[in-house]
Design a protein around this ligand. Structure first.
Ligand SMILES: [Zn+2]
Length: 330
């Protein structure tokens, strides 16, 4: 504490007087800590219903109805998104990325929007790595997560019918964080008695179930963890082509064959919040419980409680995920 105070004094934050340290900066220290999220860079949502001009510089005071944090903004208030605020639907007319503002108008529609996001994870540094049964490996370390919202789907209420889609050109988002990952080696995948699309669905289904179980073991929120599948790089830090990666589970035809996939569970906050090392540690329990979860689920081909909704995956996703786990738990 003494050393810390001396450092802060050198930096001009503290002043020593009569054996006590006093805060001498004008800024209030708690001010820099957001209670809502790690990032303080929020987007303001402005209701422009009734105004013809959506530039926000038109007549009258624009009405600010809320804020979304930076990480959620690109998926919830992208142009043409339906944003729900206090039970009311709003259509996003324009997103001013630079100014961190979203202009919305009140609407009443029978659909919601679901953003399509591509995520790429690049391993920067491996902290620990170990071979496991499978053949496979587990590791944790520092990663760079790059994501981009490239489009959205319009989904009808109640029927979940896809009633439209759109492309979006939004800035890429980069985040340095920590991750835990499992590498499925070539031998394991090649030995699976399934077609390529079933294997791919099995991989994504397994990751979905792993995330659910990790959330439970860590006692965190599902949104605190991010998931991605990517090719194991030849060595850490190697840049892989952006197009090589896709987590577009909604479009099985876009799935490429992974040679040796890494299944990432990353901390969804810049800098990481300490989930990766514990996951690496409880790895055996994580795999065992995930296997129990999928095996005990009464659904036939997959559901949101086990490997994820069936509509987005092949009909053998559940079987394939279980088969992979069988190898990993051997
Ligand atoms: Zn199920």
């Amino acid at each position: 504490m003494q050393q810390l105070c001396e450092r802060l004094a050198e930096a001009g934050y503290l002043h020593r007087s009569g054996g006590n340290w006093h805060w001498v900066q004008q800024a209030y220290p708690a001010d820099t800590v957001s209670l809502r999220s790690v990032t303080s860079d929020n987007f303001v949502i402005i209701d422009v219903t009734g105004k013809s001009d959506v530039s926000g510089e038109s007549d009258g005071e624009p009405e600010v109805i809320g804020e979304v944090d930076f990480s959620s903004a690109l998926t919830t208030v992208h142009p043409k998104a339906i944003y729900i605020h206090q039970g009311q639907q709003y259509h996003v007319e324009r997103l001013d990325f630079e100014q961190r503002k979203a202009y919305v108008k009140r609407v009443n529609v029978d659909y919601f929007t679901d953003a399509i996001r591509y995520t790429q994870v690049r391993v920067l540094e491996i902290a620990e790595e170990e071979s496991i049964a499978g053949p496979a490996a587990r590791a944790h370390g520092d990663v760079l997560v790059r994501s981009q919202v490239v489009g959205f789907k319009k989904i009808k209420f109640f029927t979940n019918e896809n009633v439209g889609a759109g492309k979006l050109e939004l800035p890429e988002n980069e985040m340095h964080t920590t991750a835990f990952w499992i590498t499925l080696e070539r031998e394991l995948l090649a030995g699976l008695p399934f077609a390529l699309s079933d294997r791919q669905s099995g991989i994504f289904g397994l990751l979905y179930a792993l995330e659910s179980m990790a959330t439970l073991l860590l006692m965190c929120d599902r949104r605190d963890l991010g998931t991605a599948v990517g090719e194991r790089p030849a060595s850490p830090g190697i840049e892989t082509d952006w197009q090589e990666f896709t987590t577009a589970m909604s479009d099985p035809s876009q799935m490429k064959e992974f040679f040796e996939p890494n299944l990432y569970l990353y901390d969804a906050y810049p800098g990481g919040i300490g989930f990766s090392e514990p996951l690496f540690r409880v790895h055996d329990l994580l795999l065992r419980r995930t296997r129990e979860l999928i095996a005990a689920c009464p659904c036939e081909q997959g559901c949101p409680s086990c490997v994820g909704p069936v509509g987005e995956k092949s009909e053998h996703a559940k079987e394939a995920a279980l088969k992979i786990l069988e190898h990993l738990c051997a």
